[in-house]
Design a protein around this ligand. Structure first.
Ligand SMILES: Cc1ncc(COP(=O)(O)O)c(C=O)c1O
Length: 403
């Protein structure tokens, strides 16, 4: 009965855009603004078609909303804590293990709080691994188009960073890396698997060839695949994001981007060797050796991830990923048809183009960029699940009016 009541409320909510008054005018107004704005939310890489309605129905109807959940502790130990969702978290990591080209016997991972949290682990694990292998502090190499979190995290971890120049399309230039290398110290590479504005993927093969010319220099490779790590495993280009093919030690992905978790979350995976080479903190009251950065960790996000694996899963994610790629190509084709200067990297669902009027930028929540080599002021659209062909047609009509 309770469930039926909940279902009716949620159905009315869906019909009206939002359910009933919260009792707070400010909150109701904000909800309305969001539900309207969501229709033309084009500029940021989040899936606005979250499939978690039934999850929330289950959560509230079972009273889980009154349970305080916490995943403090290591989900990959043999003794995950009963009063946590770590058993589900572990299954999430197991689901993604082959998708990122790790072996099930040689992997460690967690559901993180965000892509940034995953990068924090990648940089921290990388620096420790290199130090414990060589007794020397690493230098971090990252492209000047990579997400700013990587620079921020190096700052936080007091690591020396060398920003490597990228080519106009946003890929780290191998010759620039060669020139910047300090071969007396280990190299911690942070590869962009989808740079934030241009959607560039660093050419890992070419960059690894540069590193291979210095066999005495220890190397660790972390991949920042916040957005692309979501959809690429479900496309024909899945090898791009496989550690078997690309030879990286760790990878970070956001959960709220492609997967449609409705608030920040993510995945971090690395090889078992890297995990085993981290500094030990034996914490008896948490049942084990804590190697990750956070003590308390979100326990609901792993459940949502697990739920989506059951409810959406490989097949539907593949359909969505392929649909996104089709719509991305369609957007670029339609922009070209109206003579609007635009560019896109291979494998990317991001199209960047000459910046339209402030009105259009605001209506479509376009993210803004600036690059002299493309004529100065730019904006981009990230084609996520909710950016459909029909919506693209509407967007193009509005641009046409400005041409
Ligand atoms: C390439 C890249 N890395 C990292 C991040 C940060 O991820 P999060 O927002 O999940 O912390 C982003 C966010 O857009 C990104 O585009």
């Amino acid at each position: 009965m309770k469930k039926l009541f909940l279902l009716i409320i949620v159905s009315v909510a869906t019909l009206n855009g939002f359910a009933q008054s919260s009792g707070f005018d400010k909150l109701d107004e904000w909800t309305k603004v969001w539900k309207e704005g969501q229709q033309t939310y084009f500029g940021y890489p989040v899936n606005q078609q979250s499939a978690l309605q039934e999850f929330y129905e289950w959560y509230v109807s079972t009273g889980m909303d009154r349970v305080n959940l916490n995943n403090a502790g290591d989900p990959m130990t043999d003794k995950p804590w009963n009063m946590s969702t770590q058993a589900f978290e572990r299954e999430v990591i197991e689901f993604f293990t082959p998708l990122y080209g790790f072996d099930k016997d040689d992997v460690w991972g967690i559901v993180t709080h965000s892509g940034t949290d995953g990068n924090n682990h990648g940089i921290y694990f990388g620096a420790n691994d290199l130090y414990n292998r060589t007794g020397k502090q690493a230098v971090v190499y990252v492209s000047d188009e990579a997400h700013y979190s990587n620079m921020r995290l190096c700052d936080l971890q007091n690591l020396e960073v060398k920003l490597i120049k990228s080519d106009p399309m946003g890929r780290m230039i191998p010759e620039e890396l060669e020139a910047a290398l300090d071969t007396t110290r280990p190299a911690l590479m942070v590869y962009a698997m989808g740079s934030t504005f241009k959607g560039a993927i660093d050419d890992m093969k070419a960059l690894n060839e540069v590193l291979a010319r210095h066999p005495n220099m220890a190397v660790y490779r972390h991949v920042d695949a916040a957005l692309f790590g979501g959809y690429l495993p479900f496309t024909k280009d899945r090898k791009m994001v496989s550690s078997k093919d690309q030879h990286f030690e760790s990878i970070a992905i956001s959960g709220h981007k492609f997967f449609g978790i409705d608030s920040p979350s993510g995945l971090f995976l690395c090889t078992r060797r890297v995990y085993d080479n981290q500094n030990n903190f034996n914490v008896t009251y948490l049942n084990g050796n804590m190697k990750m950065i956070n003590c308390s960790r979100d326990a609901v996000q792993p459940l949502k991830f697990w739920w989506l694996i059951q409810k959406v899963g490989y097949k539907k994610w593949s359909q969505q990923a392929n649909q996104m790629m089709k719509c991305t190509k369609y957007l670029q084709q339609e922009l070209k048809k109206i003579g609007w200067p635009c560019w896109r990297n291979e494998y990317s669902n991001t199209v960047f183009f000459k910046r339209p009027s402030p009105e259009i930028c605001s209506k479509y929540n376009l993210a803004l960029g600036y690059d002299e080599s493309f004529g100065g002021e730019l904006a981009h659209v990230v084609v996520m699940q909710h950016v459909t062909k029909e919506k693209i047609d509407g967007f193009i009509r509005e641009l046409k009016g400005e041409n």
